[in-house]
Write a protein that binds this ligand. Structure first.
Ligand code: AOF
Ligand code: ZN
Length: 368
């Protein structure tokens, strides 16, 4: 019964945390709920790096009710001075009696020190409440703070016979309207979208966020364009957007680079491997730029290279109930792939969702 109660309040904290997803980089999304005599007296979430942490908003709302109350936090309260002072100190000062935690903070600056600080002050601490849900929530943060690399989601839509486009390259649209809406909701909650130059030349995409209520946020748009083949008149570079566009290249065409830079494009010249942009170098660079959630939207050449460098963490594949009646050259990945079924990459943490008429399968690649 008490365990169920703890899970219930942690779920409320998780729901609060969701409001911050995709807005908090380099920080994690976090939710907190303060409970006194079985009543919720304060709820908070971390909205953005530099802003107060979830616990502080919850404490503010609870006011004097915080004394002797319990708090449920999806992440271990911090113990360090970052952009804000330690939450553990604030909880102690407010007279919180017990702290229920989802996951311990993977940030090496915290990593259990928040728990210790609370316990040393006589506060009751329990960790691991809805642990796997709370861990799922901070996977991008954990990947970034532990490895310095962005958490990468490869999103694609395929027909039931496995094609991402027809033989002529037509891909508008593989998935239904409900799936397109889901994609735009996702774009609104990532730090950057990435495509290969082939996709830009073929589709002339906008790569912005288009939500029905109009208040989505455009993520940074990144084009991997080793030879700088991009046409500066493409829609991606000329369409009005609040978001930065970036081109990753190995080209030394100074004239074209300065044309693009004059247009406000961030042209990043990176090391080359076999005449192409080194993807590990690009991912490292993006991690340094605090890109925590990266959405890779194709094409297959870029995705295959990212896969082989173990840079993809999650797949989101929309399967549309459509048949092309054959096999086009456009698939999720290119090349021949592995030889034996036993060598296939197994996805985990699977989620199956019906989105309109499509099926969305989400899964993680290996444990990260
Ligand atoms: C919490 N509650 O809501 C969040 C936490 O620079 P700062 O002060 O914002 O600290 C950032 C670090 O604090 C971040 O890397 C993570 O370890 C932790 N985030 N901690 O107690 C929160 N967002
Ligand atoms: Zn904190």
């Amino acid at each position: 019964m008490t365990e169920l109660k703890h899970q219930h309040y942690m779920q409320v904290a998780l729901n609060a945390a969701l409001k911050g997803v995709g807005r908090t980089a380099p920080n994690p999304p976090v939710g907190a709920v303060i409970v006194k005599s079985d009543q919720i007296v304060g709820v908070g979430f971390h909205p953005q790096a530099g802003q107060p942490h979830a616990e502080i908003f919850a404490l503010e709302q609870a006011g004097d009710n915080a004394r002797g109350a319990d708090i449920y936090v999806t992440l271990e309260p911090c113990s360090h001075y970052g952009k804000t002072p330690p939450c553990a100190d604030a909880l102690i000062a407010a007279g919180i009696k017990a702290v229920y935690i989802g996951v311990v903070d993977p940030n090496p600056q915290v990593a259990g020190r928040g728990v210790k600080k609370l316990q040393n002050a006589g506060v009751v601490v329990q960790t691991g409440v809805l642990e796997s849900e709370c861990l799922q929530l901070i996977k991008p943060f954990r990947k970034h703070i532990v490895t310095g690399l962005p958490f990468t989601i490869y999103k694609a839509a395929v027909t039931l016979d496995g094609n991402t486009a027809t033989k002529s390259g037509d891909s508008r649209w593989v998935s239904g309207e409900a799936s397109l809406l889901t994609v735009h909701q996702l774009r609104d909650r990532v730090d950057a979208i990435m495509v290969g130059i082939g996709t830009v030349l073929n589709d002339d995409p906008l790569l912005n966020t288009r939500l029905p209520d109009g208040d989505g946020r455009d993520p940074m748009r990144i084009v991997v364009d080793s030879q700088l083949r991009i046409d500066p008149r493409c829609r991606l570079l000329t369409q009005e957007s609040t978001a930065q566009s970036m081109i990753a290249t190995i080209s030394t065409d100074t004239k074209k680079i300065s044309i693009l830079r004059d247009m406000g494009v961030d042209v990043v010249v990176l090391p080359s491997v076999s005449g192409r942009v080194s993807l590990p170098a690009l991912w490292t660079y993006l991690g340094q730029q605090n890109i925590q959630r990266l959405l890779l939207e194709g094409g297959a050449t870029l995705a295959t290279e990212a896969l082989h460098h173990e840079l993809i963490d999650q797949l989101m594949v929309f399967i549309a109930p459509k048949l092309l009646g054959g096999s086009s050259l456009f698939r999720l990945f290119s090349g021949t792939g592995c030889d034996k079924m036993g060598d296939a990459i197994q996805l985990e943490n699977l989620d199956y969702q019906q989105v309109g008429e499509d099926l969305l399968i989400t899964g993680d690649i290996a444990s990260c």
